[in-house]
Design a protein around this ligand. Structure first.
Ligand code: ATP
Length: 237
């Protein structure tokens, strides 16, 4: 695809000698909201790590607007405008909410939507109420909102969320999905990994099904809804 923002091309990634990705390929257009779905252990998080420079693939390419990322360390990848909300909501527990948000604030460049503290507080009013609280004093849901807020404060051109609703109560989960819907409305380019397939089908433009370290099917929400056997076979729902 020529007009892709992100192209993951035939990457193979390893943990020591153990291979986790076997020719992983997919691409993401600007403004697209897409997902990686599949059973546990199929390579979704490894793909995210390989994009973000946390694990450099042994073979293949990761291109962002045509520029190679696959040999760069994470801080250089982030400078291109890639933001990650990692699995397990990693925030600074010894900093306040406000400090967490301002510590990582950065303009990765080129984004029309400039995120500020005020705009994050509009998106997540409960964070404003807790602005002076330490990260360690937040509920799981608030920590997740803070993790998303932190990533947005870098003004990412591409935002990747890995299991952002995992382990949260239904009401808080809904708040996170509402936030993602708002980001989509704003034209933010997003890759989401999540187990809530119904929400993903409602929100996402496209899906990539991951099985044994590679994409085995890609298509739109409408196309995936029309083929429930795919979800049954590869996701187990
Ligand atoms: P999950 O939803 O369980 O995180 P996933 O699709 O994200 O699943 P990965 O975490 O990418 O899957 O795992 C892909 C493969 O790599 C699995 O076989 C897993 O056991 C292996 N793996 C993941 N992390 C490591 C690690 N740090 N060291 C060694 N092997 C790992």
């Amino acid at each position: 695809m020529t007009n892709a923002m992100l192209e993951v091309k035939e990457i193979e990634s390893f943990y020591d000698k153990s291979q986790a990705l076997f020719g992983m390929s997919f691409s993401v257009r600007q403004g697209e909201f897409c997902t990686l779905i599949g059973r546990n252990g199929m390579g979704k998080t490894t793909t995210v790590k390989s994009i973000m420079g946390l694990l450099n693939p042994a073979r293949g390419q990761v291109l962002f607007e045509g520029k190679p990322l696959h040999k760069l360390p994470p801080y250089q990848v982030a400078r291109f405008g890639l933001g990650l909300v990692p699995e397990g909501r990693q925030i600074f527990t010894n900093l306040t909410v406000r400090e967490n948000l301002t510590a990582t604030a950065r303009d990765a460049g080129g984004s029309d939507s400039k995120w500020t503290l005020e705009r994050i507080f509009q998106l997540f009013p409960s964070l404003e109420r807790r602005a002076k609280n330490l990260g360690s004093n937040l509920s799981g849901g608030e920590q997740q909102m803070l993790a998303i807020g932190r990533a947005l404060m870098t003004n990412p051109r591409l935002l990747i969320l890995d299991e952002a609703t995992e382990g949260l109560a239904p009401l808080v989960r809904k708040e996170i999905w509402d936030c993602l819907a708002e980001l989509k409305r704003m034209g933010q380019t997003v890759i989401v990994i999540d187990k809530n397939i119904a929400s993903l089908l409602r929100l996402a433009d496209n899906h990539h099904i991951v099985e044994k370290g590679k994409v085995v099917w890609s298509g739109s929400s409408a196309s995936l809804k029309a083929q429930p056997e795919l979800l049954e076979r590869y996701v187990g729902v």
